[in-house]
Each structure stands twice: as structure tokens, then as C-alpha cells.
Design a protein around this ligand. Structure first.
Ligand code: NAP
Length: 338
């Protein structure tokens, strides 16, 4: 099952990334493919009114984050519980977990004691995944908050139904990609807990006690890659929040609905889509924090870069067409490169 899930996710990321890369190749032979891709990908200001067929309101972006928060929270809590019970890193928690199981008469049918024999590297991998899910949780919760309280979606802004479905797919597949190497065992563990609950009943279930402080302590001891990855993630996270606040406040500067102004401040002074750049920084942080050895996470990152670079190029060209005085020294998304 593990291999099946991993293969499926990798195939899915390749399948959604390749068309975007092909559409981004600057060749006249591919112009009709580029136009088709733009038709699906453009939204809000970059979408032409003639493409309004098969669209949904752009404020439906909030649906992505509702799905993302529910799904990521579920994966985070079950993986965390699994890590705490089955993959302890400190000897105290190992003994606590073992003792608790003996005292509560941990049954052989339901207990996973054999998992304690797993190699240390495996246990580190499980805790690294807890950290990745925790970081993604911080991202999607903030995005949910922003879609409700920071972003200022114009009533006429639309999103193609294809982009809407891709967004829903993305927020199911992205959290799963971060934890796919241990998701099957976490799933089995959760299923066992639920079965135990059904068979024994609530009163006979051993209390699930998590020492949160010890868990956080474990996360801080994972290694230097996790520290650097978390720092990169937070750097992108803070800048994206600032850039979204700038965009959200721009409705107030516009003279009428659907009127746009040239944004400035924070990373807007260097690139046209700094919030996309920040998203790339955020996911780069996740790649580093993962240790860099998981191909599925690299493929997820490749999709994020390809997708946002394509959208940023469309946005940049839109700014150049719309504003004669648009700062010529601004790049589309990657400073001094693109
Ligand atoms: N991980 C991924 O693959 C992925 C994919 C897509 C998006 N995202 C993230 O989601 C966030 C939002 O993306 P998005 O595509 O919705 O961003 P966006 O198209 O730039 O729009 C964000 C909001 O700002 C408004 N806005 C943009 N430029 C403006 C201007 N010059 N004047 C006034 N208002 C302006 C937009 O209005 P209009 O709608 O009228 O343009 C919209 O309400 C981004 O940070 C992005 O990184 C991630």
C-alpha cells in the first residue's frame, strides 16, 4: 500500500507539472497550448471576460483552505499520536509508553509494541514528518484566516472550474505527500485504536495522554536541516503574510471596484508577485526540513514552482500592459533571474 500511495502521488505530480512546463516554453509552435493553459490558470484581473464560461467566484479560494485545514489537522494529529506512542526518540518516553501499555493491560491484538523495534532512523523520519505537517498546518490556517479577513476579493473576480478542481486536488495531495512514507502505518495504527475503542468501549480505553512539552522538545532535537528548513519556512511565511496584507489593503486605494493600482512595499519592490515568491520560499523550507531525500516532496515542490512561475509571468505581463509607468526593474517572480 505504501509503495502504491507513493507511486500514485509521484505520478499525479508529474502529470500536473509537465503540461505547465510545456506551456511555459517560449515557442510559437506551442502558442495555442499556452493560450489553453492560460485560459485554465488565469483568475481575477488576468482573466478575460470572454473566458467567464465554466468559472466560479474567486472567493471560493477559501474552500481550498477549509479542506486543507481539516485534512492537515487530521493527518497531523494521527501522525503525532503515532510518533509519540510508537516511535519515541527519548528513552523516557520509550519506557513510559511501554510501562503504560503493561499497566493498562495493552492487548496483543491491538498493541503495536513490535514497532518499538523499528530502527532509530525510522523513528527520526516519523518525527520529521510531524514537523513538516506542523509547518504546513501553520501555513494553511494562516491562509484560511487571510481568505476571510485579509483578502479583498472583487465580486466580479472569477476562477476557472478546472483551476478550482486542481486547487482541491492540491490540498488533498500536498499534505499527503509530506507524510506518504508513513501514512499506511499511521492509518493502521489509527484503525486499531478505533477498533479497540469500539470493542472495549470508552471506559476501558487507556487514557491517551500526550506530554506536549516532551513532543516539542523532541522536534527541536531533530537536526540542523530541520532548524534551517523551519527558519526558511518562517521567512517565507512572514513575507507572504505582509504581501497579502498589502494586496488586501489595495481595495481601499482603488477608486472603484475592479480598479487596480501598482503595489509597493516589502518584496513588491523587487518582483511583481512576491506572494508567489514567498510561497516558493515556504515550500523550499519544507524540502530542506524534510532532509531533501524524499522524491515525492521534491515533485510537490516542482509543481509549486512551475505553477506559480507560470501565473507570475501572466501577472507580470498584465502589469506591463496595464500600467505605462510600471517599474521596469521589477522581475516577475525570481529576483534578478525571471
Ligand atoms: N501552492 C500553490 O500551488 C498555489 C497556487 C495558487 C495560489 N497559491 C497561493 O495563494 C495566494 C493567493 O493566490 P492568488 O493567485 O489568488 O493571488 P492573486 O491573483 O495575486 O490575488 C490575490 C488578491 O489580491 C488582489 N490583487 C492582486 N493584485 C492586485 C492589484 N494590483 N491591485 C488590487 N488588487 C490586487 C486580487 O484581486 P483580483 O482577484 O481582482 O486579481 C486578489 O483578490 C498566493 O500567495 C499564492 O502563493 C498557491
Amino acid at each position: 500500500m505504501e509503495l502504491g500511495l507513493v507511486t500514485l502521488l509521484r505520478a499525479a505530480w508529474i502529470a500536473v507539472t509537465l503540461p505547465i512546463i510545456v506551456a511555459s516554453i517560449p515557442s510559437s509552435k506551442l502558442s495555442s497550448f499556452h493560450q489553453l493553459a492560460s485560459r485554465f490558470a488565469n483568475r481575477g484581473k488576468t482573466m478575460q471576460q470572454s473566458s467567464y464560461k465554466f468559472t466560479v467566484p474567486q472567493r471560493f479560494f477559501s474552500h481550498f483552505y477549509v479542506v486543507a485545514v481539516v485534512w492537515t489537522t487530521l493527518l497531523l494529529l494521527t501522525t503525532w499520536l503515532y510518533a509519540y506512542r510508537m516511535a519515541p526518540l527519548s528513552s523516557e518516553s520509550f519506557h513510559f509508553s511501554h510501562l503504560a501499555s503493561l499497566l493498562t493491560g495493552g492487548s496483543h491484538i491491538f498493541s503495536f509494541q513490535k514497532s518499538h523495534l523499528r530502527p532509530l532512523e525510522h523513528r527520526y523520519r516519523v518525527w520529521r514528518i510531524v514537523l513538516l505537517l506542523l509547518l504546513l498546518e501553520a501555513q494553511v490556517v494562516r491562509r484560511l484566516f487571510e481568505t476571510f479577513y485579509v483578502s479583498n476579493y472583487s465580486p466580479s473576480a472569477r476562477l476557472h472550474i478546472f483551476a478550482y478542481l486542481t486547487g482541491l486536488f492540491y490540498y488533498i495531495a500536498a499534505p499527503l505527500s509530506l507524510c506518504c512514507t508513513c501514512a499506511p502505518e499511521v492509518f493502521k495504527f489509527t484503525l486499531n485504536l478505533v477498533s479497540e475503542f469500539i470493542v472495549k468501549g470508552k471506559n476501558k480505553m487507556p487514557a491517551i495522554e500526550i506530554d506536549w512539552w516532551e513532543s516539542v522538545n523532541t522536534l527541536t532535537k531533530l537536526g540542523w536541516r530541520q532548524w534551517i528548513g523551519t527558519a526558511i519556512f518562517l521567512w517565507g511565511w512572514i513575507h507572504q503574510f505582509r504581501c497579502h496584507a498589502i494586496l488586501g489593503s489595495m481595495g481601499a486605494h482603488a477608486e472603484q471596484v475592479d480598479d487596480y493600482v501598482i503595489p509597493s512595499g516589502d518584496w513588491f519592490d523587487i518582483v511583481s508577485s512576491p506572494h508567489y515568491l514567498a510561497e516558493i520560499v515556504i515550500y523550499a523550507g519544507l524540502v530542506v526540513a524534510s532532509g531533501g531525500g524524499d522524491l515525492t516532496i521534491w515533485l510537490l515542490f516542482a509543481f509549486v514552482v512551475a505553477n506559480l512561475a507560470f501565473a507570475a509571468a501572466e501577472t507580470h505581463n498584465w502589469y506591463l500592459r496595464k500600467f505605462e509607468n510600471y517599474p521596469r526593474n521589477r522581475f516577475a517572480i525570481i529576483p534578478f533571474v525571471y
